[in-house]
Design a protein around this ligand. Sequence first.
Ligand code: ZN
Length: 359
Amino acid sequence: MCIKRHSIQCIIPPYMMEKLMEKAENKPTAFKTKVQAYATDDKFRSKRQLFSKLSHGAKRVLLHESLKKATKKAAVNRAVYTAKNKETQPGTLVRKEGQAPVKDKDVNRAYDAAGYTWDFYYSLFGRNSIDSKGMKIIQTVHYGVKYDNAFWDGEQMIYGDGDGKIFSSFTTDIDIIGHELTHGVVQYECNLAYKDQSGALNESLADVFGTMIKQKTLNQTVKQADWLIGENCLLGKKYALRSLKAPGTAYVNHPDLGTDPQPATMSGYVNDPSDNGGVHTNSGIPNHAFYVAASAIGGYSWEKTGRIWYAALTDTKLVKANAGFADFKNATITHARKLFPGDSSVSKAVSDAWVTVGV
Ligand SMILES: [Zn+2]
């Protein structure tokens, strides 16, 4: 198959999209939908890359007018639109901040999950929205026809309905919504370049915070949590998109997708040019480091381990745009010592976790 290979900061990585296209090649209608989805992903790639290169001042020039009105007042401000299955954005406004639930479940799920995400970042870290300046959270549901993806495009969230056979709606998992909004947070902080190890860290932070947002919403301890991403969105009881607890096992022998290719340690590190050097694959390594550290530290992931990871994510001196796994390891150990000076077991657990994954 001759299709331009690329990667964008979406929840479904190119290696899954390519598998879906291969499987659909003999079914003209399904094939058309998958190829169109692949092309749609590409449309958003250039916008995301552009936003990641701009200064904060330059970004503001290009932002939606409503996003420029953000204030420093700490309050969540959401607006959910529908694209009505067209490829338009933001589309038609359905529910804005403070309004009662509507009939459309996707609208309500996106509204609620954005609220949990805002509350997570504000109550734990004092972060007022994606840019920490009260940025309005704009989301569009029902994007395209049977579109199999969700992403943050640099200024807003977009969700497809899924094909209904392999994927359900991309609003069905809080962790997916938390994942994508965290790409926004990363964009405004360490702004990790989306290739090789820095790109895998970018993907990993989105998974780590996405799963913590789900755990906090469900009030689960590290032992109670399933550590899965997208278990509702990828249809079938045995399947999820990724596992932080056991990378490489989120889906095994899936009829359309095969087996989850994520490594848990550096011995499985891949260089996949179709995915910007394996950003969605190698993210399994820092993902697993977070799981191992959080499990050793115990309790609720966001209480200690999450604070350490957030401090590293917002430390632009130790974690620069081109940071590798070793730089992030160093930042987490440094912040574990700073945040918990009286308890060396915390920084030791963090250090040991990185050693476990071979970093
Ligand atoms: Zn992502």
